[in-house]
Ligand binder design. Structure first.
Ligand code: GLN
Length: 454
């Protein structure tokens, strides 16, 4: 009830939620009854959870921020939602996002932007700005997000929250409305590293419904966070700093907060090591071929027949109905990427664009493999700037795309990443995050390091 009251008080301004559950109080009461009956419940039983609208739910609509799915209710729950319910978490509502998770500001939502609780004139990042804003504004203690190129970590950076992109295959994508299937991962958005670990323990692990899900067992990430908080994990830890990431691309306060965080870790025994990742600078370019290619294919299913909206065209052909519906249902950023992706995949251009991008992807994977031969984690600022103003970048897609400069390499390589608050930028007083990256399957290392810094 406290969280619903808080939503009632602030969400008119913040607009983190697209839908607030009318069942939350009943579900919570049921957990209370089970607790009173001495049923054994997990550590998160009864804790409210905000859910990014990219994740399908049977009791609330799932729009992925798009008009084309307005009012759509799924016949099944996403695996991460089903696991959260089974653990007794209480779904509070569905959070706002850039349409089909395309964006870095939540301004591309078909339902209006979310505002950053730190400054309502600024963006909360994206695409999962709703989840991050809900957590930062104390509307929800925990949230689920999805990260294809940074959509968990970059919103965490600009809202002073913690965001984790797990190892590709570590958390099920079943029921996550696909943006780019080879890059998408679902993960936690929280106020502390321990909270993220607790939620990751609930949602993660093998799922036979996701063909790319890793079948092996995982350690407890909550336990890893607790180990980190106890200290001394930084002793002897080798933290790689990528020498090719140009200092000039980062806002002064972001670069300063990054250096201060490294100095704090060094004071606790960590070793800061210069490392090389020569292909990182091509990551954004490769991503904006691979992502639109996969997205244009994934979005072909919104054909006015099987899902969501249909615009009638009296006397029109099936093709007329499809094209009029897709024209009315998709926003400008989605159309831009469908066109880019279709072009990149078309006969005669496939090798030059999509094929080259896949080669760059392999080179980035090799950069990681070589770097991790001599460092335990890589550290970068989570994003180049603090929260920018609403409207500032909306007409400039390239500057919007550059927000994900440091987050995209992890998605291209499938490795895990965490963004942890590192302080506030001196010039504007806004939150800054530091990102840590680890080898695939070493997510626990990120929880240890993140909790040690906290
Ligand atoms: N901002 C990136 C994009 O627009 C990342 C999106 C995401 O991670 N879903 O594609």
């Amino acid at each position: 009830r406290a969280h619903l009251d808080r939503i009632g008080a602030v969400d008119g301004d913040v607009h983190a939620f697209l839908h607030v559950s009318d069942r939350a109080v009943d579900v919570a009461a049921d957990i209370d009854r089970r607790r009173a009956a001495r049923e054994e419940l997990g550590p998160l039983a009864g804790v409210p959870l905000a859910i990014k609208d990219v994740l399908v739910t049977t009791d609330m609509p799932s729009t992925s921020g798009s008009k084309i799915l307005e009012g759509y209710v799924s016949p099944f729950d996403a695996t991460v939602v089903a696991r959260s319910r089974a653990a007794g978490l209480v779904p509070l509502g569905k959070t706002n996002m850039d349409e089909f998770a395309m964006g870095s500001s939540t301004e591309h939502s078909a339902y209006g932007p979310t505002r950053n609780p730190w400054d309502l004139d600024r963006v909360p990042g994206g695409s999962g700005g709703g989840s991050a804003a809900a957590v930062a504004a104390f509307e929800a203690p925990l949230a689920l997000g999805s990260d294809t190129g940074g959509s968990i970590r970059q919103p965490a950076h600009v809202t002073g929250t913690v965001g984790v992109k797990p190892t590709y295959g570590g958390v099920s994508r079943y029921g996550s409305i696909a943006l780019a299937s080879s890059l998408d991962q679902v993960g936690p958005v929280t106020r502390t590293v321990l909270d993220a670990g607790l939620l990751h323990d609930v949602i993660g692990g093998h799922d036979p419904n996701d063909a790319t899900s890793i079948p092996d067992a995982w350690p407890s990430f909550a336990e890893a966070a607790r180990e980190g908080a106890r200290g001394d994990v930084l002793k002897g830890l080798r933290i790689g700093v990528v020498k090719e990431l140009p200092d000039s691309g980062f806002q002064t306060g972001v670069a300063a907060s990054f250096r201060e965080a490294l100095a704090r870790m060094e004071a606790q025994g960590a070793q800061i090591v210069e490392t090389s990742a020569p292909h990182f600078e091509y990551a954004v370019a490769a991503y904006y071929l691979i992502l639109p290619a996969e997205a244009s294919s994934n979005l072909a299913k919104f054909d006015s027949v099987r899902f969501g909206m249909r615009v009638d065209v009296p006397g029109g052909t099936v093709e007329d109905v499809m094209s009029v519906t897709r024209d009315a249902g998709f926003g400008p950023e989605v159309k831009r990427r469908i066109i880019l992706g279709t072009y990149a995949l078309s006969a005669g251009y496939y090798d030059a664009y999509y094929g080259s991008a896949q080669k760059v992807r392999t080179l980035i994977q090799r950069d990681f493999a070589e770097a991790f031969a001599s460092v335990d984690v890589i550290a970068t600022p989570s994003a180049p700037t603090t929260a920018f103003r609403i409207g500032e970048k909306i007409d400039d897609p390239l500057s919007m795309y550059l927000n994900d400069l440091t987050t995209i390499p992890a998605n291209l390589a499938g490795v895990p990443g965490i963004s942890v608050p590192s302080g506030l930028a001196a010039e504007d007083g806004l939150p800054v995050g530091i990102q840590f990256l680890a080898p695939a399957r070493e997510d626990a290392r990120l929880y240890r390091v993140g909790a040690a810094l906290e």
